[in-house]
Structures are given as structure tokens and as C-alpha cells.
Ligand binder design. Structure first.
Ligand code: IPM
Ligand code: MG
Length: 360
């Protein structure tokens, strides 16, 4: 089969890590007889530099017309890059929010899986890690405080900023369904994370999630407050199977989840909507401080490409092959600097991509 993939290298380490993910996809194409055709799309700072805006209508249209989108990362250093002198709606991150919204990608899956080979890179104690852990954060991606009305005003000489956090029951129900569907294919346990002791949106969230749970009698649902969830992820990550949560809580908890897997450089992500088109990107950022130095870990992006094969193209065997190749490379002792430990072989971004591609 032929697949059209819109590729957004973005900023910072984005171009380097995306290059390696495409190398791995090409190896999959050769082995299994698929053609992956890439169309480069500008977004983030790269788009601002070329067009003045972080995402043009044409770029969004190209993404929409593709079978799927592969993204590196966007953004630079706040305070250093001139992109951050622009109004907020013209900064690099606004491009990311616009493409998620524009493609209707309301569901963000972020698997937190500890590869046994990376136990040493995990900051948790052995007794906490036990046999390892494997959970997935299901994050609502196009609602809540990220998309609510906001403004900054000066009243009586005092500067005041307001962000609002709206959710309606339909937005909650559709993401809850996703979480229950994912749970049905995994351990059949959903922990729904909110702040229902304070927020109205969380109280509605809790009710709607409980109502949706009736459609999935086989799945065990429990609720957890977000502050407690942040603690439980480091206290006992094994307890989780599917973690369902709203946009900002999911952003924060998924970074925490990635760290307990050893490195933020390992965590893939898939953003999905009603159809087959998805946006696949590592959960980490653009790491401008190490950009262009062949130091970045491309594994999160490569595992994101595996999620693309699985969720957008239904190429299960091929997705398994990519994940197995990553595991074999770790078995062989190859490490980028973020996951390096004693006795392993330190390699760069490009060699990591090559080592994985040749094991497909
Ligand atoms: C992420 C990132 C983005 C988010 C930023 C760059 C807007 O942190 O994908 O987790 O918060 O969604
Ligand atoms: Mg984040």
C-alpha cells in the first residue's frame, strides 16, 4: 500500500529526530512492501521564520489531505528566541494547538512503558519498579484551559490575567469512550483523574465519566484527584493501566510519567480524532540547547511512527516490528546520552536511527 505522510520537522531537535523516524519507516516500507510518501510541512518557529505565522492555512490543508502526520517538535527558548516577542497567538506553540484543533484530534494517547533494559535509567527504587510498569495516559487534547477564553488587562493600574477552563459533556464523553475502548484492549482498568474537590469542570467530568462507564461493564473505573495522581505515579506506577484526564492535567502527568520510564526521550504519543488521520509526535519538546549536535534520542519519535502504523494504517505486524527493533537495539547496549548507563555504548541520534532501521 501507499501512504501519504505529512512530515513536520519543526524546530530544535525536530528535524534530526524526524529524519530517523522516516529512516525507520522506509525500512518498514522495504521489508513489507509499502510506500511511504512524505510531504514536508512547516509549523512552529520554522513556519514563523518563513511565513510570519506558526501554521498557514495551506500547511493545515496539506496535513488534512494526508493519511497521517508525523511531527518532531516546535518551539524555542523563551527569553532567548525572538519568536517569544510575538503575541501569544503567533508563537510556535500556537501552531501545534491550531493543528490539533484544526484536525479535530481530541484524543492524545501517551504510553508510559518501562523497557526492562532501561531499569537503570529509571529514577525510582528497584522495589517500586518491581517487574516494571506499563500504563497509558489518555489526555483530552482540544478543550479545557488550553482553548478557553483568556485575556490580560490592566485595571486601576493593576495587571490582571484570566484563563478559563470550559468543558461540555460531549467533549468529556467522547474522550471517556476512547479511554474505555483502550482499556478493553489492555488491563480493563481506568483511573479518571480530576480536581473534583475544587473545580466545576472536574465535577462534571466525574459524572460524565461515571455515566460512560455504564457502557463498559467489564472495565473497572476509579477516580483520583490530580495531586494524588502525581504522587501515585512515583509511589507506585504499577497500579495504573489507563489514566484518563483533561488537557492540562494530562500535559503535566504525561511528562512525569515519561520521566519514570527513564527518559522523556522514550515517550511516544498519538493524537487521534474521529477518523483514521492522526498526528504522531514525541511527548518531549524541541530541546533547543542540544539541537543540531546529534545528541537527541530519536526513540520517542520512532515509537510514535510505530503508533502511526498501528492506529492510522492498521499495520499491526509492522508496528510490532518497529517496537521489537527498538527493544533489540537496547538489548545490544546502544544508548543515547539521556539513557546512558555504565557498560553501554554511547551513540548519537543518527546511529540510533540506523541501528533500529537495520533490525526491521
Ligand atoms: C505537549 C507540549 C505542548 C502541550 C505544548 C508545546 C503546547 O507540552 O505536547 O505536551 O502542552 O500540549
Ligand atoms: Mg507537555
Amino acid at each position: 500500500m501507499d501512504y501519504n505522510v505529512a512530515v513536520i520537522p519543526g524546530d530544535g531537535i525536530g528535524p534530526e529526530i524526524v529524519r530517523e523516524a522516516c529512516r525507520v519507516l522506509d525500512a518498514v516500507g522495504t521489508k513489507y512492501g509499502h510506500g511511504f510518501h512524505y510531504t514536508q510541512v512547516l509549523m512552529g518557529g520554522a513556519s514563523i521564520d518563513a511565513t510570519g505565522v506558526p501554521l498557514t492555512d495551506e500547511a493545515l490543508a496539506t496535513a488534512k489531505a494526508s493519511d497521517s502526520v508525523l511531527l518532531g517538535a516546535v518551539g524555542g527558548k523563551v527569553g532567548e528566541s525572538s519568536w517569544y516577542e510575538l503575541p501569544p497567538n503567533l508563537r510556535p506553540e500556537a501552531g501545534l494547538l491550531s493543528i490539533r484543533k484544526g484536525l479535530g484530534l481530541f484524543c492524545n494517547l501517551r504510553p508510559a512503558l518501562l523497557f526492562p533494559q532501561l531499569k537503570n535509567a529509571c529514577p525510582l527504587k528497584d522495589e517500586i519498579i518491581g517487574e516494571g510498569f506499563d500504563f497509558v495516559v489518555v489526555r483530552e487534547l482540544t478543550g479545557g484551559v488550553y482553548f478557553g477564553e483568556r485575556k490580560t488587562v490592566t485595571e486601576g493600574g493593576v495587571r490582571r490575567a484570566i484563563d478559563t477552563m470550559p468543558y461540555d459533556e460531549n467533549e468529556i464523553r467522547r474522550i471517556a469512550r476512547w479511554a474505555f475502548e483502550v482499556a478493553m484492549k489492555r488491563g480493563k482498568r481506568v483511573v479518571s483523574v480530576d480536581k473534583a474537590n475544587v473545580l466545576d469542570t472536574s465535577r462534571l467530568w466525574r459524572q460524565v465519566v461515571a455515566e460512560t462507564a455504564m457502557e463498559y461493564p467489564e472495565v473497572a473505573l476509579s477516580d483520583m484527584l490530580v495531586d494524588n495522581a502525581a504522587m501515585q505515579i512515583v509511589r507506585d506506577p504499577k497500579q495504573f493501566d489507563v489514566v484518563l484526564t483533561e488537557n492540562m492535567f494530562g500535559d503535566i502527568l504525561s511528562d512525569e510519567a515519561s520521566m519514570v520510564t527513564g527518559s522523556i526521550g522514550m515517550l511516544a504519543s498519538a493524537s487521534l480524532g474521529a477518523g483514521k488521520l492522526g498526528l504522531y509526535e514525541p511527548s518531549h519538546g524541541s530541546a533547543p540547547d542540544i539541537a543540531g549536535q546529534d545528541k537527541a534520542n530519536p526513540i520517542a519519535t520512532i515509537l510514535s511512527a510505530a503508533m502511526m502504523l498501528r492506529y492510522s494504517f492498521d499495520l499491526v505486524q509492522e508496528a510490532d516490528a518497529v517496537e521489537a527493533a527498538v527493544s533489540q537495539v537496547l538489548d545490544a547496549g546502544y544508548r543515547t546520552v539521556d539513557i546512558m548507563s555504565e557498560g553501554c555504548k554511547l551513540i548519537g541520534t543518527k546511529e540510533m536511527g540506523e541501528q533500529i532501521a537495520k533490525r526491521i
